[in-house]
Design a protein around this ligand. Structure first.
Ligand code: UN1
Length: 506
């Protein structure tokens, strides 16, 4: 099955890791991709060196000169075909995500759907890159703003959304007239190769090679991108620690960044919450993708009237979760991505115990091939004395805190350094509005009676504080992929100055 999926997606043998539409002979180290379910090797990719990256960038610059002048709705046509090609290959692409990342089938397919959705969004956007018309204070003057493409942009993605996050950036970037240099996680090169093969066919059919480019490489390649003056925007998804370095490097040359960094997302559950809805949302948020989304639910703040019922119901729900092969029918929890993730899980569970937490269920690594762990619920002491909950551990560990009030819950939600996603479960209008107010959640995403993960593409996606402040995907996130130009046209035959300034020359 695995071979068939790879073959149908055009992945065989030792692959090159750099492409501009045509594959480049790369000279870096070979990277091995492993299936986290079995530990078996899935494939090998020869990574790109910085010199290989330079070759790709030169081609991207050349492509940009033509692409930016193609009318945006015609760029949209190319994106429409890209989305259609993803539709055609949805099953295989989804299966490859399951094989390389370990997501369950439905979530693998969901990620491909997210790519398709953002392509559809970008097609519409290609006719809506609107600027404002502004009233001039001078007679017979017209003032307006317009948006121009930036150039080659770097899209650095993480292992956990190896296709969708690229698509958020690439579909929007392409609609905006930019060209992309994609550096995927070196741990998920095959998913990137499969997407690139599809993009290659679409680019060839539309004579626009060099718009979607791939550079599989290590941190040195990422650092080269951050330093390169020819790359006006670096869109980076990954850890807060690396994000800080990217921000400093790109900032020192006054380049632009979009940063999607760590999250540490909480759900507040009030006494009047619909318990069954809360349990479903919390379980999906904490266990879905094996707790490896940046939007995964990690903390629960439950008020005293519901906390015991909630933990009891959650523990029962956890007992029904089938762990195993992500492609098997009925599996809800696949493997963690690497052995390092398993070690981080063990460390966090041990720390939780040491710091006064009680493990209500789970807490163990499974003794079998692959990187499997049990979904874990920890009853936690107050957050202030429980430092492990302030960190993002990419694993299915949920900390449940009891609180006295909504105010205490909001303060605890906001106390951590990350600020990506948050949610409240309540049937009370005042409580939900308080949570959504200026004095409420400080996160980029705030939901009512919906969990923290699984956002739709139509909204802007991203978060505050240590999450980096970037926004991707829907709403007006496209503006980050363009430069704004304010224009004033004088058709008066006079030369008046603004602010009434006189400057008459003889
Ligand atoms: C991520 O984990 O980096 O909202 C992205 C979600 C997905 C995207 C997650 N749509 O959970």
């Amino acid at each position: 099955m695995t071979r068939d999926v790879l073959t149908r997606l055009g992945i065989e043998g030792l692959q090159s890791g750099a492409c501009t539409g045509s594959w480049i002979e790369t000279r870096g180290e070979p990277l091995v991709s492993y299936n986290p379910t079995s530990g078996d090797e899935l494939g090998r990719v020869r990574s790109a060196t910085i010199a290989d990256g330079e070759v790709v960038l030169a081609k991207a610059k050349e492509a940009f000169a033509a692409w930016r002048m193609r009318p945006a709705p015609l760029r949209g046509e190319v994106i429409r075909e890209l989305g259609n090609a993803f539709r055609e290959h949805k099953e295989d692409l989804g299966a490859l995500i399951s094989l390389e990342v370990g997501k369950i089938r439905s979530e693998g397919l969901g990620e491909v759907q997210e790519m398709i959705d953002i392509c559809d969004f970008a097609v519409g956007l290609s006719r809506q890159l609107h600027g404002l018309v502004i009233q001039s204070e001078r007679p017979r003057h017209r003032m307006f703003e317009q948006w121009h493409p930036l150039g080659p942009i770097a899209v650095v993605t993480a292992f956990n959304f190896p296709m969708a996050v690229w698509a958020w950036n690439a579909a929007l970037g392409a609609a905006c007239g930019d060209v992309m240099l994609w550096k995927p996680s070196p741990r998920t090169p095959l998913t990137a190769l499969a997407v690139q093969q599809i993009a290659n066919r679409v680019m060839r059919a539309h004579d626009c090679e060099g718009v979607f480019n791939l550079v599989v490489g290590d941190a040195d390649v990422g650092s080269w991108m951050s330093d390169s003056k020819d790359i006006p925007l670096v869109s980076f998804t990954g850890s807060t620690a690396v994000g800080r370095k990217v921000a400093a490097q790109v900032g020192s040359r006054l380049g632009k960044t979009i940063l999607e960094l760590g999250g540490n997302n909480a759900i507040i559950v009030l006494d009047d919450a619909d318990l069954e809805m809360a349990v479903r949302a919390i379980t999906f948020g904490a266990v879905g993708t094996a707790g490896q989304r940046c939007t995964s639910t990690r903390r629960i703040f439950a008020t005293r009237g519901i906390a015991a019922k909630l933990t009891e119901r959650l523990t029962r729900a956890y007992a029904t979760i089938r762990i195993g092969d992500p492609l098997a029918e009925g599996t809800l929890l696949g493997p963690l991505h690497t052995k390092l993730s398993v070690a981080a899980y063990e460390k966090a569970v041990a720390a939780a115990r040491e710091q006064g937490g009680t493990v209500l269920c789970g807490g163990k690594v499974l003794e079998r091939a692959g990187n499997f762990v049990e979904p874990t619920i920890v009853k936690a002491p107050p957050q202030a004395s429980f430092p492990i909950a302030w960190e993002e551990t990419f694993a299915p560990i949920l900390y449940v805190f009891e609180v006295d009030s909504l105010d205490e819950a909001i303060a605890a939600n906001n106390a951590v350094s990350q600020g990506l996603s948050s949610a409240i479960f309540t049937d009370g209008l005042r409580a939900s509005e308080r949570f959504l107010s200026h004095a409420g959640s400080d996160c980029g995403i705030a939901n009512v009676n919906i969990g923290t993960s699984g956002a739709e593409i139509g909204g802007a996606f991203g978060g505050e504080k240590d999450t980096g402040g970037g926004r991707e995907s829907g709403s007006d996130a496209w503006k980050a992929y363009m430069r704004r130009q304010t224009c004033t046209v004088n058709w008066s035959g006079q030369a008046p100055l603004a602010q009434g300034v006189k400057f008459d020359i003889g």
